[in-house]
Design a protein around this ligand. Structure first.
Ligand SMILES: [Zn+2]
Length: 195
């Protein structure tokens, strides 16, 4: 698996994730559309490919920090401002999901993760509802989870793939106390071992 050269050490990525979570404006700018258009993909998708998404995951024992970047079409079926009530409802329900539902769960059936913090960003959520000039829009989701089991030991299930199977391929890069790695998940294969 190809590794992102930016991730030189575990500490670097944990700090990077912590910085992004603490200062989201560094990663995205809610109010400067041009800036977001130019730099909004830096930590996530390179080229935006429909059906694909990118997740970066930092694991510390029972805790995890997640950044998910996905084309909006994978989640709501369109990438422009909603045109009717049905589309508005789809957008609202996606945002509710990302704000309230953990994207990951421990691999063991009985264990759960609790969402401690979540943030959702998308050009589709700007008040003007203006889609980016290239006609593509994304969701960028950050979440902090606290789980009942160690995520490094029992495997992890990307439950976001159960909820949104139009993410046909989830490229995953993770880092934990013990190491780092990369993986590709699909709705048929949503479980992985971070070790
Ligand atoms: Zn697109």
């Amino acid at each position: 698996m190809k590794r992102n050269p930016r991730w030189r050490t575990d500490r670097v990525i944990m700090m990077t994730l912590a910085t992004v979570l603490a200062f989201p404006a560094l990663a995205h700018n809610d109010h400067d559309h041009d800036h977001e258009h130019d730099h909004g993909h830096e930590h996530g998708l390179g080229a935006h490919v429909h059906g694909e998404a990118m997740m970066q995951l930092g694991i510390e024992g029972h805790r995890a920090e997640i950044i998910l970047d996905t084309p909006a079409v994978n989640i709501i079926g369109f990438e422009r401002p909603p045109r009717n009530e049905e589309e508005e409802a789809a957008l609202e329900s996606a945002v509710e999901y990302f704000r309230n539902e953990p994207l990951l769960e421990p691999g063991q059936e009985a264990e759960r993760c609790q969402l401690e913090n979540a943030r959702v960003q998308s050009a589709l959520l700007h008040e003007e509802g203006k889609a980016p000039d290239d006609g593509h829009a994304e969701f960028s989701v950050t979440q902090e989870l606290s789980c009942t089991a160690s995520l490094a030991e029992g495997g992890i299930r990307a439950v976001v793939l159960d909820a949104y199977p139009d993410i046909e391929r989830l490229r995953l890069e993770w880092v934990s106390d013990d190491g780092q790695g990369a993986s590709e998940l699909t709705p048929a294969q949503p479980v992985f071992q971070a070790r």
